[in-house]
Design a binder for this molecule. Sequence first.
Ligand SMILES: Nc1ncnc2c1ncn2[C@@H]1O[C@H](COP(=O)(O)OP(=O)(O)O)[C@@H](O)[C@H]1O
Ligand SMILES: O=C(O)[C@@H](O)C(=O)COP(=O)(O)O
Length: 418
Amino acid sequence: MLLGVIADDFTGASDIANTLAKGGMATVQFVGVPGKSAPADCEAGVVALKTRSIAASDAVAQSLAALEWLKAQGCRQFLFKYCSTFDSTPEGNIGPVAEALLAALDAPSAVVCPVFPTTGRTLYMGHLFVNGRLLSESGMEKHPLNPMTDPDIGRWLARQTRVGVGLVSYPTVRAGAEAIRAGLDRETAAGRRLIVADAIVDEDLFSLGEALDGAVLITGGSGIALGLPRNFERQGLLGGAAAKVPAVTGPGCALSGSCSTATQAQVAAYAAGHPTLTILPGDLVEGRMSVAEALGFVETNLADLPMVTSTAAPETVSAAQDQYGREMVAGAIETFFGELAAGLVAKGVRRLAVGGGETSGAVITALHLDTLRIGGEIDPGVPALVSDGDPMLGLALKSGNFGATDFFEKALRAMETP
Ligand SMILES: Nc1ncnc2c1ncn2[C@@H]1O[C@H](COP(=O)(O)OP(=O)(O)O)[C@@H](O)[C@H]1O
Ligand SMILES: O=C(O)[C@@H](O)C(=O)COP(=O)(O)O
């Protein structure tokens, strides 16, 4: 294995696995830190963790365990993948994990670049924009778990870490790989070891990728991986094996726990054509809704690709959080979706399209899957996945903010014809 990725959530893991596979690397997504060696032909390994919204110390411990495993697989470069909207709180977990990885690898510095132009994430003078709006005015300021209220990524990151935070700004990035390398060296020499890098278009990310050839540690969204396969290719290290995934047929179901603006529209579009059960957090907490009841609903409607969703508008989310507490609500919903997914597979469901990073994490964890193979791209940043093992499952793990309005429909169909 050449490149080892540590991803802080499951949708993010499939997002970067998709980028690397499209870039020509034989890529495998691992669910958690594997207990065995990677397949011999794996060139990029993505370890999917669920560390974005847990205690920083736990996130650090899990990330270091993933690093150890990736090191043992022979990786020569490591990438810490977080969200393109820099999802984190003033306590972490991006800063603490990046700091721990720097120390463990004895790396002089690491770039920090959440940019993903295809989905509208750009960074200018250290300020993150989402579809042309500052992060803090993009809807992310209302995220249920990590409201993003500051678009200045360096300032936000500095609250999370003791390491100095630097910047390689846009004029330098535009000047190309050599200028970027010099900029990174300058910041490193000045003791700023986590270095935010501006980027606006894919070309900037290719320049950054070239500049990062040989860097032991990189941090960023999936966009920062765009230019990396070329570095390995230039050195003749890639086998050129782009594995095809098998088709998965059989009953399908959509599950959605994301409350993002994009998911709200996708759920409304899907619900217009498919039987849909809407879950209210209060009903879960107070026992008025159960996994058994939801399973019954899906079974009755199995022929019509039903949906079970807790997706709700920000006012409804806040009201539930005020009444029951943020963690209680998130825990109840995630446990529900995990148990539901396990029940669905036991009842013969073979295709699952899941909306939301934490929600996907809960589902994949409950299904006890080991490895996921990367299929075709459904929408930017979201590949179709096929799980190894018996039964083989078709999956799509959609980041809250990704996907076109018809995402769920397309995702379930894509698994049948990869
Ligand atoms: N109706 C709801 N009210 C409150 N919280 C909710 C509701 N539905 C889902 N949630 C919680 O919101 C969080 C959504 O996060 P996630 O699944 O990562 O979506 P995204 O990818 O949009 O961030 C989850 O923790 C989920 O349990
Ligand atoms: O970088 C991204 O935006 C995604 O890959 C990602 O991490 C998604 O996270 P969620 O929005 O929580 O699904």
